[in-house]
Design a protein. Structure first.
Ligand SMILES: Cc1cc2nc3c(=O)[nH]c(=O)nc-3n(C[C@H](O)[C@H](O)[C@H](O)COP(=O)(O)OP(=O)(O)OC[C@H]3O[C@@H](n4cnc5c(N)ncnc54)[C@H](O)[C@@H]3O)c2cc1C
Length: 388
């Protein structure tokens, strides 16, 4: 079977930032041959959707359930892109209920979360579909080859080209490279990929390029928030106490409640089959460790239901859960970058013909979809004169 592939441009990662970049880039460069390589089974990355084989008909957004733009007033590039997504009817303004549970378990509607300030947008389909639509909208000529379930583990640069190697033995050769993930630039790659040198560092040794050295130094100072998400497939007759029919409904816990109940946010997601899915996020380290050390997953799942029921005991809209819904658990070891953000000035390296995008760059949207989209738009503008 063929294992060597040659392209004009290879994009590593298939999250929303890669999709925005590829879509914009393709619009202006339809003659280029592009490959997108992604370890997951589809597009979307941390803003994608679990389509369960076991639970037919369920689609749960298990990473970001929606996205918010905290400030686009002074950012025409971002504003016009959001307008484009609205016009294409890929997204709409999210007017779902967003509640903040305070110390007395009362509901407030003030938007104070980092994930809800500014204007909120909802995908008209699922979040996974949003990335897919973004890329499909400008891939009319079938110019991208997609390689899913393909994990890149090694990067090499010779003057002529990049050689990008996957764990399953594929070699991609390309004059230009875009990394939409920073895994291959960050020390967490050593453990995750079971290698002994950060791939980008190996490709471009220290003191060969000041900008690359700086980029890797910034990333040295960046770490990540681990999260667990619990996907609750409720029973047939589970419903709200009131008559709420919008697609999603969000409950955020204030800090003291988060400490007590271990949940950060709970998102109710109405399914096409009219069942009510519930996605619960936690970033409570104690709780995550409790899960990692628990020998019995069933006991842990019972704990989730107990906490949920205690939290919503006297709630006016949420019913308690019975003890038999199905729960699947998703582990995110790097759900969100924290610490030092990378300056946008380090996004493109002309000497090595490499560009970077993602939520790990500086700006209002650092660690969120806002930052991913904006960094991709800026990268596309910066790179258009480089890739000829
Ligand atoms: C649980 C959770 C909740 C969140 N909630 C919100 C929210 O409410 N609002 C918000 O704005 N943001 C939220 N975020 C953050 C948001 O999801 C991210 O900021 C955004 O999705 C990042 O997009 P990206 O394209 O930059 O990166 P990613 O989505 O991470 O895309 C990078 C892609 O690269 C792939 N990849 C990585 N390494 C390799 C490799 N070596 N080879 C091949 N493929 C590789 C990954 O599989 C991934 O698909 C949340 C994140 C999580 C996990």
């Amino acid at each position: 079977m063929k294992s060597d592939f040659t392209y004009d441009l290879v994009i590593i990662g298939g999250g929303i930032s890669a999709c925005v970049f590829a879509s914009k880039y393709l619009k202006n460069n339809i003659t280029k041959k592009i490959a997108l390589v992604e370890i997951g089974r589809g597009l979307g990355g941390r803003s994608s959707t679990r389509i369960s084989k076991r639970f037919k008909g369920w689609k749960l957004n298990h990473g970001a359930p929606n996205f918010n733009i905290s400030n686009s007033k002074n950012n025409l590039l971002l504003k016009s892109y959001i307008d484009e997504l609205l016009e294409n009817q890929f997204i709409k303004i999210d007017d779902s209920d967003a509640f903040f549970l305070n110390q007395d378990l009362n509901l407030e509607t003030q938007k104070i979360s980092k994930f809800s300030c500014g204007v909120n947008y909802l995908s008209l389909d699922s979040m996974g579909q949003l990335s897919q639509k973004i890329i499909e909208s400008n891939n009319l000529k079938g110019k991208i080859d997609f390689y899913f379930e393909t994990l890149i583990v090694d990067l090499k640069f010779n003057d002529k080209e990049w050689v990008i190697t996957s764990k399953n033995g594929k070699k991609f050769k390309s004059k230009y490279l875009i990394c939409s993930t920073n895994l291959l630039l960050h020390k967490r790659s050593l453990k995750i990929l079971n290698i002994n040198q950060i791939p980008l560092r190996k490709a471009i040794p220290i003191n060969h390029d000041k900008k690359i050295d700086l980029l890797l130094n910034f990333l040295e100072e960046q770490s990540f928030i681990p999260r667990l998400t619990f996907l609750i497939y409720t029973n047939e007759n589970y419903s709200y106490k009131d008559f709420y029919s919008k697609k999603q409904r969000y409950f955020y816990l204030r800090k003291n409640l988060e400490n007590k109940f271990k949940f950060e946010r709970i998102i109710f997601q109405l399914q096409d089959n009219n069942k009510l899915g519930i996605v619960v996020h936690t970033k409570n380290i104690e709780f995550i460790n409790y899960y990692l050390n628990a020998n019995n997953e069933e006991v842990f799942k019972q704990k989730i239901i107990t906490n949920f029921n205690k939290l919503f005991e006297n709630n006016s809209v949420v019913n308690k859960l019975t003890f038999d819904p199905k729960i699947s658990i998703m582990k995110w070891r790097a759900s969100q970058p924290i610490g030092v953000a990378v300056p946008l000035s380090l996004q493109v390296n002309r000497k090595y013909r490499i560009g970077f995008c993602g939520d790990w760059f500086e700006g209002d949207g650092f660690g969120r979809i806002e930052g991913s989209i904006l960094s991709a738009l800026i990268l596309e503008k910066k790179i258009s004169d480089l890739i000829k």
